[in-house]
Design a protein around this ligand. Structure first.
Ligand code: ADP
Ligand code: ADP
Ligand code: MG
Length: 666
């Protein structure tokens, strides 16, 4: 076994590899870009080497610098993770030329599978069923259109160098062929530097079923069963599971055999995935699946396979790369239970799955294992306070659950997602949560169009419901003990203010939400919204958990108050509110005015203004402590202070008059 390896990647996969290496007593070297200097993979590794600026082309794709870092630190092998250089045969050759071991397949195996057209031709030779189509070199549009007619519509045009769902075009109508072909060529050229496309039959009611394979340097190849990755959006995986729903044992055996043949055909060593498309219109059939492509690396969704097999695929990768024989044969392997993985991304689902960025000020996951099989497993390379930057994939975490059967496991997924609380960036958690409750999905009726078909129902309105607004409004006034707050102080505040009605002002999506809040003597509040009023009680349970009583109906929710943000989480949905900056609001409203009002309830801690004093607009006159923060209140204009109405230590409420200026000379 190696003494030390370098991980040529970042984020969750770098962390995941480091954790297994550590367990095996293998020392680790991380590499990092400017943006990642403080990131988790750097702190987890034994050593870390800076390899360049934030853009991937200047850091994580810099093969020479990465190899040099390995040589400088005495690492003997390089694990590429997924993405970046993981499927780059030139990198594999350079690693070898530097006298290092690449933890993955040979350059020639990657070459063989790198382009989808050549891979398909190779598979035809190996006797593996491929999707009917044309994968030759003739790129004449008229010729290809004629081939498409022969195949029969709908057809799919694929850039042969494509990946990650890019460079693919579905064509349903022959009239659209030419324009779609040209578009696919352009996308292939711009994203992968290669315009060549293949065309193939678009399989009706497609299911994406892939087989995990493993080869060693002694000619052994086994498969670790299948994963169903049919829940996709725009050809990208969203939730994966293992095994595949309603998989007949004979089809599993046939697919597994085909995948092993595919791997053997290219002398495959290490972890790989053979992706098949299956026709799911009438159940999975032995003659109803076709090779799409092979991913010559560890897959994002490998943990579901780890869950059902009990194996650590990264440990196996290291052992195989170090020359060990696979420690089992096909007959030793079996499936235990059911596993799901959901990919949590910083993205705005209602806005068309737009990647989001932000600082994850609040991050809480369900209790579970990390980078290790367990009933709930959270794989993440991000910690509370880290940024989701625009430079990299906006994945926040992978939530993996493992249960005794599909139904139980899916319920566990729903429950786990409800405990994933992310504040500071928009995420797809509510979407994943809705998906986990989709009746078709629950019944195992998966196909790659499920999400698109039911998108409207899966896109949760992000508009907060009444009781969430009520809770956030009360919280914004500092009237209930908060997770971060000192309950005694809040209680004291409440007593002091108990006879008043307050106006809360919070922002949601830049919209101002106003509520009148009337504390009751029993600790509950009446929240008035125009003519409607509801009585709510908020009781802090533990941590971020609260019990909410809404007109006598109880529910639990999680609330987090941080600086000027309030995050509310309930049943997989999350809402973010801002408490407007009292200074900004105040300066606007009082600009040039004669009075200074308290912009929010709080305690006056410092009074620097004195009657008769000459002040300049913006000078700090008071300091108000509210929401655990100090707020300086500025002079509204140049002039003379006439009267100061408060002293240090006084509690004030929103709108209290604090100071009056001498009238301005006209
Ligand atoms: P998986 O089946 O492992 O999810 P994906 O195709 O989604 O495979 O890709 C996994 C990772 O590899 C993602 O981070 C994706 O951005 C990256 N990736 C995939 N194809 C390419 C490519 N051709 N070039 C660069 N990165 C890629
Ligand atoms: P990528 O390299 O981007 O992963 P793939 O060839 O694996 O490209 O295809 C991505 C996805 O597109 C598949 O997971 C599947 O959902 C869909 N797809 C690919 N080929 C077909 C096909 N012939 N018929 C129907 N869907 C397909
Ligand atoms: Mg694929």
């Amino acid at each position: 076994m190696f003494d030390k390896i370098l991980i040529a990647n970042r984020g969750e996969i770098a962390c995941r590899v480091i954790m297994t290496a550590r367990k095996m007593g293998v020392r680790t070297v991380a590499v990092y870009s400017d943006a990642d200097a403080q990131s988790q993979h750097v702190s987890l590794a034994d050593e870390a080497v800076h390899i360049g600026p934030s853009p991937v082309a200047e850091s994580y794709l810099q093969a020479d610098r990465i190899i040099q870092a390995a040589l400088d630190t005495g690492a003997q092998a390089i694990h590429p993770g997924y993405g970046f250089l993981s499927e780059n045969p030139d990198f594999v050759r350079e690693v070898g030329a530097a006298g290092l071991t690449f933890i993955g397949p040979s350059a020639s195996a990657i070459d063989a599978m790198g382009l989808k057209d050549a891979a398909k031709s190779l598979m035809v030779e190996a006797g593996v069923p491929v999707v009917p189509g044309y994968q030759g070199s003739n790129q004449d549009p008229a010729f290809l259109a004629a081939e498409a007619d022969k195949i029969g519509y709908p057809i799919l045009i694929k850039a042969r160098a494509g990946g990650g769902g890019k460079g693919m075009r579905l064509v349903e109508n022959p009239a659209d062929f030419k324009s779609e072909f040209e578009a696919a060529q352009r996308e292939g050229q711009s994203s992968f530097g290669d315009p060549i496309c293949l065309i193939e039959k678009y399989i009706a009611q497609p299911r994406h079923v892939e087989i995990q394979v493993f080869g060693d340097q002694h000619g052994n190849v086994v498969h670790l069963f299948e994963r169903d990755c049919s829940l996709q959006r725009r050809y990208q995986k969203v939730i994966e599971e293992a095994p595949a729903p309603d998989m007949p044992p004979a089809v599993r055996a046939a697919m597994g055999q085909a995948a092993v043949e595919a791997a053997k055909a290219i002398g495959y060593v290490g972890a790989g995935t053979v992706e098949f498309i299956a026709d799911g219109s009438d159940g999975l059939k032995e003659d109803g699946f076709w090779f799409m492509e092979m991913n010559t690396r560890l897959q994002v969704e490998h943990p579901v396979t780890e869950a059902i097999t009990g194996l650590d695929l990264v440990a196996l990768q290291l052992r195989v790369a170090a020359g060990d024989a696979l420690p089992f044969c096909q007959d030793d392997l079996s499936i235990d239970g059911w596993a799901f993985e959901a990919r949590i991304y910083a993205e705005d689902v209602p806005k068309g799955f737009l990647p989001a960025i932000g600082t994850l000020n609040h991050l809480a996951f369900p209790a579970g294992t990390t980078f290790e099989t367990g009933s709930v497993r959270i794989d993440s390379g991000i910690r509370s306070g880290d940024d989701i930057s625009p430079f990299y994939d906006p994945m926040i975490a992978k939530v993996i659950v493992h249960g005794p059967d599909r139904r139980t496991a899916l319920k566990m997924l729903t429950a786990a997602l409800a405990q994933c609380h992310v504040g500071g960036a928009t995420t797809n958690i509510a979407f994943l949560s809705a998906l986990s409750k989709h009746t078709g999905f629950q019944a195992g009726n998966v196909d790659t169009n499920l999400i698109a078909r039911d998108l409207d129902g899966l896109i949760d309105a992000t508009t907060p419901v009444d009781h969430i607004i009520a809770a956030a409004s009360v919280l914004s006034l500092g009237l209930v003990p908060t997770a971060s707050g000192d309950p005694w102080q809040s209680l004291a505040n409440w007593r002091h203010w108990s006879n008043a009605t307050y106006t809360s002002r919070i922002l949601h999506d830049a919209e101002v939400i106003l509520r009148k809040i009337e504390p009751l003597s029993d600790g509950r509040f009446v929240v008035h919204d125009g003519d409607t009023s509801r009585t709510i009680g908020i009781v802090h349970k533990a941590g971020t958990q609260y019990t909410l009583d809404l007109d006598g109906v109880q529910s639990t929710l999680d609330l987090v108050v941080q600086d000027r943000s309030i995050f509310a989480f309930q049943d997989g949905r999350s809402f973010a509110f801002e408490i407007p900056d009292p200074l900004a609001g105040h300066a606007e409203g009082a600009d040039g005015g004669d009075n200074v009002f308290a912009p929010m309830p709080g305690m006056v801690t410092i009074v620097s203004a004195k009657p008769g004093q000459s002040v300049t607009e913006g000078d700090s006159l008071f300091v108000l402590e509210a929401m655990k923060m100090e707020h300086a209140l500025p002079a509204p204009r140049d002039g003379i202070v006439a009267e100061v109405l408060v002293q240090p230590g006084m509690q004030v409420v929103d709108g209290d008059l604090l100071l009056q200026m001498e009238p301005e000379d006209e």
